[in-house]
Design a protein around this ligand. Structure first.
Ligand code: SAM
Length: 274
């Protein structure tokens, strides 16, 4: 399933974006813990973290599986993997790699696989899910969280408003799509790729950012160079300024509190699926 607009590229990441992602990574880490809880990861298990970014959540999960377990984090962005590798533990390993190609792993290698804020970036979701099913043990668990396009984040609504305020939105209706999957889409993708016991929950979350600039830095780092990519540098600057104006009006003494929604989805490989 190609991404709308075809604008997602893995080629725009920079060492600055990778560092900035790591520094601001606590937001995603908090969402990741909501993903890890229901996966019920136990001591001694083997776990794959797909789209591990700079590895903060993988390091946390390595603590859960303990010395007899193992966690491998993969990410297509070499700069992020480089930072992840600074997190050293005997049961933790990071490699460059993507969801659609797990050929380096053997059939039935993992007890659990998870993707924290990654699924919406994956171009070929069927292929990724087929691969995940292959590398899971029978009854192995899959968990992921993803934006729901019908419930865009509050920051996304501000961004839309900012684009409209600049007067350039109508020329590029596809330039900044809300990526994500609905419950129905996820349910049928999981079923079509042989997963059972699908369940999902849309959670309302509140993210706190210091100010509009740090929110923008965070958005840019999370999108690894794809944020407002379709706009010219001048247009981008105009949108940034309009966005800062809108968002700063919402600031409280605690910072910017913005609502967002994430769908958390879980399933298993069938126990009889060898
Ligand atoms: C928002 S970050 C989340 C990083 C990490 N999971 C965390 O919790 O901080 C999204 C990550 O997805 C990765 N990604 C994008 N396309 C991918 C793909 N096809 N397969 C695996 N990871 C991918 C990006 O490189 C990026 O590091």
């Amino acid at each position: 399933m190609p991404q709308p607009g075809g604008v997602i590229s893995l080629d725009h990441d920079t060492p600055e974006l990778a560092r900035s992602y790591d520094e601001a990574g606590l937001v995603q880490f908090r969402h990741g813990k909501f993903l890890i809880g229901p996966l019920a990861i136990k001591s001694g298990e083997h776990v794959l973290d797909i789209g591990t970014g700079t590895g903060r959540l993988a390091e946390f999960v390595a603590g859960l599986v303990g010395p007899n377990g193992h966690v491998i984090g993969i990410d297509p962005l070499a700069g992020r993997v480089e930072i992840a590798r600074l997190r050293q533990a005997d049961n933790l390993q990071f490699d460059v790699g993507r969801a659609e190609d797990l050929a380096r792993f053997h059939d039935g290698q993992f007890d659990a696989v998870y993707l924290n804020s990654v699924f919406h970036w994956i171009a070929d979701k069927d292929r990724a899910l087929r691969e995940i099913r292959r590398v899971l043990k029978p009854a192995g668990r899959l968990g992921l969280n993803v934006q729901d396009p019908s419930r865009p984040h509050q920051s996304r609504l501000f961004l839309r408003q900012a684009i409209a305020d600049t007067g350039i939105a109508d020329h590029r209706p596809d330039s900044n799509p809300v990526l994500g999957s609905t419950d129905e889409e996820l349910k049928s993708l999981f079923a079509a790729n042989g997963f059972v016991d699908y369940r999902s929950e849309l959670r309302a979350l509140v993210d706190v950012h210091e100010d509009a600039d740090s929110l923008l830095r965070w958005s840019e780092a999370s999108a690894f160079g794809n944020f407002l990519e379709a706009f010219s540098p001048t247009e981008r600057e105009q949108v940034r300024r309009a966005f800062v104006r809108l968002v700063e009006a919402k600031r409280t003494p605690e910072g910017l509190t913005l609502e967002r929604y994430l769908r958390f989805a879980f399933a298993r490989k069938a126990p009889t699926d060898n």
